[in-house]
Design a protein around this ligand. Structure first.
Ligand SMILES: C[S@@+](CC[C@H](N)C(=O)[O-])C[C@H]1O[C@@H](n2cnc3c(N)ncnc32)[C@H](O)[C@@H]1O
Length: 183
């Protein structure tokens, strides 16, 4: 990896590249808060999304991540919060997080789930899909949902997101003055 593929902005270290190559080079962090591809692939062609070029683009990358990569993500930190965890074979969990979408669409999920390995009660937030009216990424999470998610991790902890997409986890960390590593 060349120096130009890694930039430091304030408390954020950002890598441009494939997390399969970058993860093994990183030291262990405190917590992973991430949102890997759900593996919907060709199913993005259905419903009301198929005709939108931004959603069509998701077919290129929305393949399920390999079990070895999921294991590497889980090994990267003692605490893990994985949005879309319901798409993966993860251990039983006491604490699932739910984002209930206040704006519903017939062909989209009414809610999204995050698997965690936290020993605390399951919780839910209600938020629109697109509260600020802008989207840069087909599966972009609302900043408020990611800020709420970070509330489940100690304030002193460095957060790693290996699948940062448009970077919502990093924006949420910056807004909350938290240390962040994103790929
Ligand atoms: C569900 S999206 C994350 C969306 C993000 N939470 C947001 O709010 O924008 C998953 C992202 O992981 C990226 N991705 C897929 N495989 C990757 C890999 N091996 N290394 C790094 N990123 C990857 C995809 O390009 C996509 O942007």
């Amino acid at each position: 990896m060349s120096a130009s593929d890694c930039v430091q902005i304030g408390d954020a270290t950002l890598y441009l590249g494939d997390c399969r190559e970058i993860l093994p080079t990183l030291p262990k962090v405190d917590a992973v808060v991430t949102d890997p591809p759900y593996g919907l692939g060709e199913r993005w062609t259905g419903g009301t999304w198929g005709s939108n070029p931004m959603y069509a683009e998701a077919r290129e990358w929305d393949h399920p991540i390999e079990p070895e990569l999921l294991e590497a993500v889980l090994r990267a930190a003692p605490s893990s919060i994985i949005w879309g965890g319901n798409y993966y074979a993860l251990p039983p969990s006491r604490c699932w997080l739910s984002w209930r979408k206040s704006s519903r669409m017939e062909t989209m999920a009414d809610f999204e789930l995050a698997w965690t390995n936290l020993d605390r009660p399951a919780k839910e937030i209600t938020e629109g899909r697109n509260p600020d009216g802008k989207r840069d990424h087909p599966t972009q999470k609302p900043t408020r949902v990611m800020e709420w998610t970070l509330g489940f991790v100690d304030q002193s902890h460095t957060i790693l997101d290996p699948f940062m997409g448009s970077g919502t986890t990093g924006v949420a960390c910056a807004n909350l003055g938290r240390k962040f590593i994103g790929i």
